[in-house]
Write a protein that binds this ligand. Sequence first.
Ligand SMILES: Cc1cc2nc3c(=O)[nH]c(=O)nc-3n(C[C@H](O)[C@H](O)[C@H](O)COP(=O)(O)OP(=O)(O)OC[C@H]3O[C@@H](n4cnc5c(N)ncnc54)[C@H](O)[C@@H]3O)c2cc1C
Length: 379
Amino acid sequence: MSEDIVVGAGIYGVLVASALARRGRQVRILEARSIASGASGGPGRRGVRANGRDLRELALMAEAYRVWPALNDSLDGGPCYERTGHLLLLEREQDLMSANARIQMQQSQGVDCRFLSANECSQIQSGLAQSVGGAIYCERDGVCDHEAFTRAVARQAQAHGVVIEENTQVVHINVDNQKVTSVRTGDGRSTAVGGNLFLFANSGTAALVESAFGLKLPVWNACLQVMLTDPAPQVPITALIGHAHRTVSIKAHTGDQVMISGGWPGHWDETSQKGHAVPESVAGNLAEAVAVLPALEGMGIAEADASHLEAMCVDDIPIIDRLPGCANGFFAAGWSGHGWAIAPVVADLIVNWVEHDHYPALLAPFSLQRFGIHRGRFQ
Ligand SMILES: Cc1cc2nc3c(=O)[nH]c(=O)nc-3n(C[C@H](O)[C@H](O)[C@H](O)COP(=O)(O)OP(=O)(O)OC[C@H]3O[C@@H](n4cnc5c(N)ncnc54)[C@H](O)[C@@H]3O)c2cc1C
């Protein structure tokens, strides 16, 4: 049987590989480093939230609410996903005034949410700053232990026959007569693509697309910071907390630690290919967290990590499409810091697209076409 090749063993690579294998396909994943070594790994947990999400992704999230619990239950190794509710805190007058419009828009896309007064917020999360004037609340939002989940899906994929080759970097994609024929890896080997090629290399995708197709995707790589505080039993975090204008996200972590993130940048060293946190971002991120939860003032930081690259896209939503002009090549990149929550739905849509040769309408907002680039004669 002809083999499908998946590049990258992050959440997208392992979900798609597992789904293909369960449909009887022969699948091989080529991973430059190790399973979950990119944005799908690292400390803390990922938010699975619709609240405050880019409006173009809401329809995917409405579907994701349905998919996450069942997918979580189907994996070995215990639950990784949990519904905690998400508070999108509002402090400024203009954010309070626009809240109803956002609530209406989210609801129209199938995302249950409601406005909470400051008093109602404090019944869900204690210790909020006096300046918090209210929040938009999504009860079905939650969090996921992303690294454990990615590893569990990888094990499931392997149990269905998927071969995962780690330490195998793809350096070039060979195309002949509108078909991907093979990929070349860093060790000089060539691996035939008898079936389809799925390029889910996140931070590595743009370089491969440019070298094979001469197409420069409007994406760039960012190393986003995550911090874990020292244990803080005096600051129990009961919901996932985000903010309408501050760059901050707060989550409960195991052992009474608090996870603080939200998109502050670290520094990426091209020579060592490693990222590290920078003092200004650590201080800035902590200050934003203290502004909404004053009890975090003076809290020690046990870990600050910025070693997991994410590709960001110029219009803040991913690009999910065929490789240009290619009958058997698909790619997704540019998750812009929020690709985790929608992964199970997007992976299913891509696999259905390939199986039925029918372009899913839900993916239309994410096509190359929005940049005036067409996928050729293939749909
Ligand atoms: C700090 C941080 C916080 C985030 N928080 C959230 C959140 O709260 N909610 C949310 O929805 N999303 C969040 N995200 C985004 C989400 O984690 C990512 O969008 C998602 O994990 C991307 O999955 P992926 O499989 O595409 O990429 P990755 O997990 O990065 O996997 C890509 C894999 O490809 C491999 N690779 C790269 N180049 C090559 C090559 N040439 N050959 C072979 N392999 C290659 C890499 O080693 C990597 O393992 C966050 C991201 C970060 C970094």
